[in-house]
Every structure is written in structure tokens, then in C-alpha cells.
Design a protein around this ligand. Structure first.
Ligand SMILES: *[C@@H]1O[C@H](CO)[C@@H](O)[C@H](O)[C@H]1NC(C)=O
Ligand SMILES: *[C@@H]1O[C@H](CO)[C@@H](O)[C@H](O)[C@H]1NC(C)=O
Ligand SMILES: *[C@@H]1O[C@H](CO)[C@@H](O)[C@H](O)[C@H]1NC(C)=O
Length: 484
């Protein structure tokens, strides 16, 4: 896609936004668009998997079997692995730790191959990494390449697992091993998982007190059936431009279809602290897999789940870095989105290829971080970060807002679980809106809001969450809370 198209598209969106001005609930109009910054020009590896930890450090994995990386292990250490497919003795690192606060990188030792793996932050904050390839896995069958890898899995509020693969979904009781419900096939019938890689989120969980709690899933993008084989034959088919949204807790759940302003395959979906969904990275033709994507989509799109249907998408300012297969994106505690990776090649190829292996780290700052909006931005005073919280408890949160700026009925409190992200899917990504209202002034421009914490493990599995105060859709910096 060329720049003039992107620009004209953006301008058109802006006009549409201005026309919608009177009926929009948020006030980000003057700053819509967001901003991009390169944080690191070379972290030595390609950021294929990322997990933010509760110390504001990000663990990043690449893979071990592409030969030497561009960063050495410290103190002359080397890995001696007779099973490695490229280097039996390897003195370079294939994982790094990115320190968000210091904006610095240090190499980490990997013992086995993390390619195509998964992971999760445990209740105590420890990163558990599972699966992988070759010596990192024990039951791989990578010949079934058009199987549906990386299904979209969410813990439903009833404790069952919602599992989506290809174009279908089930509700699975993992304690009894039984399928509780089969959902209707997604309209259109096209596949949404690897290699027709779309992405998905569990939309923000709200109204958590009393009654039955609803949960909705949004699946966006992907590639039409047959795209993988077409792309192998060098016919790069346009990606899907549709999203499906479904209330997974309904007795009779049905998909509704919405159309994105930009078609996208191998994108990522990131829940922002204000409950909006960022759709970022990826390509507009081809599929996931080696050399199989074309026409990078440079502009992210924000989806506002609570807007009326037809006015939910908003195109953002473009990056200048293509993020193709094996790229990733995660939310940081300050509300920025960390973006990295892209390596559609077997081995690292820095020259002579369409989309060179990318070793950069970039940040997308949504419009809510625009300095013009600092006048509305809350700052959490207490509790301290990190803090322990319990289930179903009253929690008093104190925050400040510049003098005279508070709109009491436009304050919410959200909790976001940091996810393990790779291959266009963020595992354990979850956002809870826990606001209760009842804001009282406790000093000059200082306020207290009382909220009730989630009352069950099914709503909020134990572990660390980022807690944000959100005012007029503008989030504070997050603080870490550990719920247990
Ligand atoms: C990575 O290292 C290789 C040599 O090991 C070098 O040829 C290449 O230019 C480096 N690439 C980057 C982007 O630093
Ligand atoms: C990438 O690099 C590897 C190893 O140097 C090479 O064999 C391969 O042909 C390159 N891939 C492309 C698409 O040029
Ligand atoms: C609001 O807070 C005040 C002061 O803490 C308390 O007395 C009152 O009961 C609260 N109201 C509600 C509806 O929670």
C-alpha cells in the first residue's frame, strides 16, 4: 500500500470523525492518530515472543536455531547443545530482557528452542514458557502446516474455556474434559487461525457486581480459505477485512459482522487501558508463513467497543516499519504499546529480501498520551505499586487530576493482565472494568474512588495486573496489583 493512499485514507477518516463530533462520547478528536518512536535500533534478536513482567521488564524470545544472533551472551558464556539444528556451540543470545524504565537491553540464555512456543505469567509473576520446537518440544508435527495453530483461547466468566479455531468455537469444561457448548460457525466461513492468521480479544469485562456477567469475543482479520496454497504459488490474496463479535455467555449466541477500514492478516490485537482495542501490525495480502505476506499494513486501527456499530473503527498514524510474520505487540504500564519483531525468513536475512529480519523495538503511543491531554490525565497517588489486593474487596484508590478538570461521571478503573504475545495472539489478555463511582475530594485536585475488586478467579485469575484510573478515556500510568 502506498503512502498517498494511507494519507488520503487517514484524511478521509479525519473528516468522518469531525462529522461525528457531536455524538462521540470521548474527546480525543483533537489528538486522534497516535505517535511512533523507535526505542532501540538493534536489540540483537527479532522480537517474536514478548511478555511484560511485574517489574516492568519485558522478556523477549526469538528462536535458537538460525545461527548466531546479533547479541553476545555475557562473560564469554556459550551454549553447548548437540541438538541445535544450526550451531552446536553458540555464544550468542536468542532472548533478551528489555528494561522499560531504563530503555535498555541485556542478553538472556535460552537452553532449548522457543520457536512457536507459548507462555503465561504465573500467580507469583514468574514467567512460565511452554512448548517450542525441536529440543524445545516433545510432540511437534510441523508437517501439518495448514492445521489451525495458535487457537484463540479465553477463560470465560463461568470458568469454562472458550476455544476458537479456524471458523468455529466451543466452550470447554477443562475440569471434566467435556464440550459444554458449540458456537455457530463464523459468518463467511473463512479461517482465522494460522496460517490464515487473524487475531482475537476477550472484550473488556464490565458490570462485575451481581446478576449475570456478560462476556464478548472479537475476532478480526485473517486470510480467505486457500490463501496459503495461493501464496506458495506466488498469488497473494487480499486479507480479510471483517471482524466477528459474539456474546459468548448468551444462551443463543450469534455472530455479528463488522468491517474494518483496513484488511489485515497477521495483525495483533491489544487491549488498551481505556477498554479500546488496538489492531496493529501485519499485512494486507498473503498469509502467515515463510515469505508469504505482502503489502504491510502500516496504520494501526483503534476499535471502540462501546460506540454504535458503524462508528467503532478509527485509523491511526502509520509506522514506517513493516511488521510481518513473527512480529509482536504488547501493552506497557505507561499506556504505550511495545512493538517489535518481523522475520518472515528461514534464517536471519538483512539484505536482498523484501522484508528484512527486523531487530528494532518501537513504541506506539495512542492519542491519549498526547501532551495536549495532560490536563485531563489522572495520576494514581495510592495504593503504592506493587500492592496486594484480595477478591471481592473494597479498594480505595486516590488520584490527582489537574485543578478543575475532573468530570466525576467519566472516571473508571481498569485492571489489565499482561499477556504472552506471539504469532498474532496475546495469551491471557484480559481487561476488567472495576469502577464503582462514588468519588470524593480528599485535597486540592486530589480524589478518592472506591471500587470493589473482582470476586472470583474466573473473572480475574490470580496474579499481577496493571491497574489504571481512566478519566475521559485517558488512562493514568498503571500500578501493579497482585490479586490473590
Ligand atoms: C547482524 O550480524 C550479522 C553478522 O553476524 C551482520 O552481517 C548483520 O549486518 C547484523 N545485522 C544487523 C541488523 O545488525
Ligand atoms: C536467508 O538466509 C539464509 C542463510 O544465509 C539463506 O540460505 C536463504 O536463502 C536466505 N533467504 C532468502 C529469502 O534470501
Ligand atoms: C460513598 O462514600 C461515602 C464516604 O466514604 C459513604 O458514606 C457512602 O456510603 C458511599 N456511597 C456509596 C453509594 O457507596
Amino acid at each position: 500500500m502506498d503512502r498517498s493512499f494511507v494519507l488520503s485514507f487517514f484524511l478521509r477518516q479525519l473528516v468522518i470523525l469531525l462529522l461525528m463530533l457531536p455524538c462521540r462520547r470521548n474527546i480525543l478528536i483533537d489528538a486522534a492518530g497516535g505517535k511512533w518512536d523507535i526505542l532501540q535500533s538493534n536489540i540483537g534478536i527479532s522480537a517474536m515472543h514478548m511478555q511484560l513482567l511485574n517489574n516492568d521488564k519485558v522478556v523477549i524470545f526469538d528462536r535458537t536455531d538460525f545461527g548466531p544472533s546479533n547479541i553476545s551472551l555475557p562473560n564469554g558464556r556459550c551454549r553447548n547443545d548437540p541438538n541445535d539444528l544450526a550451531l552446536k556451540i553458540d555464544c550468542t543470545a536468542h532472548s533478551v530482557e528489555y528494561d522499560v524504565t531504563a530503555n535498555s537491553v541485556r542478553p538472556l540464555m535460552l537452553l532449548t528452542n522457543t520457536w512457536c512456543s507459548s507462555g503465561a505469567a504465573m500467580p507469583d509473576g514468574t514467567l512460565l514458557q511452554t512448548g517450542g520446537f525441536n529440543d524445545g518440544d516433545h510432540n511437534t508435527n510441523d508437517r501439518n502446516i495448514e492445521n489451525n495453530l495458535y487457537p484463540f483461547v479465553f477463560l470465560n466468566v463461568d470458568g469454562n474455556l472458550f476455544i476458537f479455531a479456524n471458523n468455529r468455537a466451543i466452550l470447554f469444561d477443562y475440569t471434566k474434559g467435556v464440550v459444554v457448548k458449540t458456537y455457530p460457525t463464523m459468518p463467511g466461513g473463512d479461517p482465522r487461525n494460522y496460517p490464515s492468521t487473524g487475531s482475537a480479544v476477550l472484550l473488556p469485562l464490565k458490570n462485575l457486581q451481581g446478576g449475570s456477567i456478560g462476556a464478548e469475543v472479537l475476532v478480526c482479520g485473517g486470510a480467505p480459505k486457500g490463501s496459503y496454497v495461493s501464496a506458495m504459488n506466488r498469488n497473494f490474496v487480499p486479507a480479510l477485512s471483517t471482524c466477528g463479535r459474539i456474546q459468548i455467555t448468551d444462551a443463543n449466541p450469534q455472530w455479528t459482522t463488522e468491517t474494518m477500514p483496513l484488511a489485515r492478516v497477521i495483525g495483533d490485537m491489544v487491549l488498551l487501558p481505556n477498554g479500546e482495542v488496538l489492531i496493529i501490525n501485519g499485512a494486507s495480502t498473503g498469509t502467515a508463513g515463510w515469505e508469504l505476506g505482502r503489502n504491510p499494513v502500516m496504520s494501526p486501527v483503534i476499535y471502540q467497543p462501546d460506540n454504535p456499530s458503524g462508528s467503532r473503527f478509527e485509523v491511526q498514524n502509520p509506522s514506517s516499519t513493516p511488521r510481518m510474520y513473527h512480529s509482536s505487540a504488547i501493552l506497557l504500564g505507561d499506556g504505550r504499546v511495545l512493538v517489535g519483531g518481523s522475520n518472515p525468513h528461514q534464517y536471519d536475512n538483512f539484505t536482498g529480501v523484501l522484508f528484512p529480519t527486523d531487530l528494532t523495538l518501537e513504541a506506539f503511543s495512542p492519542a491519549y498520551l498526547d501532551p495536549n491531554l495532560a490536563r485531563l490525565r489522572p495520576k494514581i497517588i495510592s495504593p503504592a505499586s506493587p500492592s496486594n489486593i484480595g477478591y471481592g474487596q473494597q479498594l480505595a484508590i486516590r488520584f490527582s487530576i489537574p485543578p478543575g478538570r475532573l468530570s466525576k461521571n467519566l472516571v473508571t478503573v481498569t485492571m489489565v493482565a499482561p499477556s504472552f504475545t506471539t504469532h498474532s495472539f496475546s495469551m491471557n489478555q484480559r481487561l476488567l472494568v472495576i469502577s464503582g463511582g462514588n468519588i470524593t475530594a480528599v485535597g486540592l485536585s486530589k480524589y478518592q474512588i472506591r471500587v470493589v475488586t473482582p470476586d472470583s478467579h474466573n473473572l480475574a485469575p490470580p496474579g499481577y495486573y496493571l491497574l489504571f484510573v481512566v478519566h475521559q478515556d485517558i488512562p493514568s500510568e498503571g500500578i501493579w496489583v497482585q490479586i490473590k
